[in-house]
Design a protein around this ligand. Structure first.
Ligand code: FA5
Length: 345
């Protein structure tokens, strides 16, 4: 039995020393020291020994196990160090390689235009007001001098939700709401950016969902010349001195007199193209002096207060500024379109 145990010790140690990785070492550990391993097997035969021999063999068994264990542990330490070194060698980082660029996003051109317009008006002392996209018929039409059945309601084809609720067709209901809140006391100087919805057929300059930015100024002695001056400042800052603007007489039930403002088309330089429908001009906003009926309905004394209002389409403004030939580009989420406008500080 003694010989058997000694030869197992030699055999195990030889194998341990030859082991080339941790997996192999573990297999040796299980094979020699496990419950079903040869050392345990030999020791099971101790029952047949004399009482004198038994403790001697027991001690020898432990000594053999201890010796194997000790060699196993030191080999394990060596193999672990080797494994770490191999891994480090494999994972060496070449710090001289050029870095991989991280793609950053940029603002949607429409967001940029809206922010630019907001900044421009904030610089002129305006504050920003907001209102709901699902609007009451009252604020969208009635409070704006458009009672039920008024033919001018057809100017803005609507998406109704119930008889009294609709997706707002313009941002003008925010003027009505703001005036109501002011309880007849001026001054008011606001712009209201937001989404609006119309049952328009989509084409190069029309979308069924688009943005508008409304402006409203109410105070004593506000005149048409104030409106004209404001729009001229806006157009020059937005498009540059060289672009031409024109004001045309128009009609809105909530303003009197009413105008529309056109800008010369950047795409064709005024010669006529599909964007300006051959006219050389693109309409970007409607405006006018707030109708006395609208002032009175909102609780303002129309003899004391006057005001002007305007409503512009930022998509059309972005089209003119950046030379975009189709409004649908804003809403089709083609990243090639959006990334053309770069990141600006
Ligand atoms: C209005 O919506 C009025 N509420 C504007 C207004 C406000 C007038 C205050 C007077 C006083 P209009 O329907 O013309 O007006 O629309 C205003 C602007 O929105 C247009 O000049 C145009 O730039 C833009 N717009 C209108 N319909 C569409 C559409 N389907 N797609 C994209 N832009 C549009």
């Amino acid at each position: 039995m003694e010989d058997k145990l000694r030869s197992l010790q030699t055999e195990a140690i030889e194998k341990i020393e030859k082991a080339s990785d941790l997996k192999e070492l573990n297999e040796i550990r299980v094979a020699y020291l496990g419950k079903k391993g040869p050392v345990t097997e030999v020791l099971k035969g101790m029952g047949k020994l004399s009482a004198e021999e038994r403790p001697k063999m027991g001690a020898l068994g432990n000594e053999v196990r201890g010796a194997i264990q000790e060699v196993l542990e030191s080999k394990q330490e060596i193999l672990e160090k080797e494994a770490v070194l191999k891994k480090l060698e494999k994972e060496t980082i070449d710090v001289t390689l050029p870095g991989r660029p991280v793609r950053t996003g940029n603002k949607h051109p429409l967001t940029k235009i809206v922010e630019e317009i907001e900044d421009l008006f904030i610089g002129m002392g305006y504050t920003i007001a907001e209102g709901p996209e699902v609007e009451k018929d009252y604020y969208n039409f009635e409070a704006l001098n458009l009672p039920k059945g008024h033919p001018a309601r057809d100017m803005q084809d609507s998406f109704y939700i119930t008889e009294e609720l609709l997706l707002r067709t313009h941002t003008s209901p925010v003027q009505a709401r703001t005036m109501n809140k002011a309880e007849g006391k001026g001054p008011i100087k606001i712009i209201c950016p937001g989404k609006v919805y119309r049952r328009d057929n989509d084409d190069a300059t029309h979308s069924h969902q688009f943005m508008q930015i409304e402006g409203l100024v109410i105070d004593e002695n506000i005149r048409m010349s104030d409106l004209k001056g404001t729009l001229q400042i806006f157009a020059k800052k937005m498009f540059g001195e060289e672009r031409e603007i024109r004001l045309r007489p128009s009609f809105f039930p909530f303003t009197e007199p009413s105008v529309e403002m056109d800008i010369s088309c950047k795409i064709c330089g005024g010669k006529g193209c599909n964007v300006c429908k051959g006219t050389g001009w693109i309409e970007i906003l409607g405006a006018g002096m707030v109708h006395p009926n609208v002032l009175e309905m909102a609780g303002f004394d129309s003899k004391k207060y006057t005001g002007f209002a305007f409503g512009m389409g930022p998509e059309r403004i972005a089209m003119l500024k950046y030379g975009i030939d189709d409004i649908r580009h804003f809403y089709t989420n083609d990243v090639r379109f959006v990334t053309q406008f770069g990141v600006e500080e």
